[in-house]
Design a protein around this ligand. Sequence first.
Ligand SMILES: [Zn+2]
Length: 120
Amino acid sequence: MGKFCAKCGSEIEKDATFCANCGTSTDGKAEAKVVESSNSGETRNGMATAGFILSFFVPVLGLIFSIVGLNKANQLGGNGRGLAKAGLILSIVWMVLSVIASIIYYMVVIAAAVGSSYYY
Ligand SMILES: [Zn+2]
């Protein structure tokens, strides 16, 4: 025995959560979450948020996510653009700093190696 949609009256599969025809949930209370997230989910820029957070921990991933987030922000009419830019700048700054830090590190190591070869 099948269920019927409270909104449009079309038959719903027994274990279906939402009406395939109009997207109303089977309890008839709210619009389908799936439909909601695929539509209004577009207004939230998860990639920008992920890029911003990742830029603190994994700058390379943060950079990639921020670039994707920035592209998505342009598609969304600017949603999350600031966050994506912040993530982009942060990850670039982190990468530049880590490159400078490793250059200094190797210079010190080389200087120490050269220095020790001079003295011995
Ligand atoms: Zn329906």
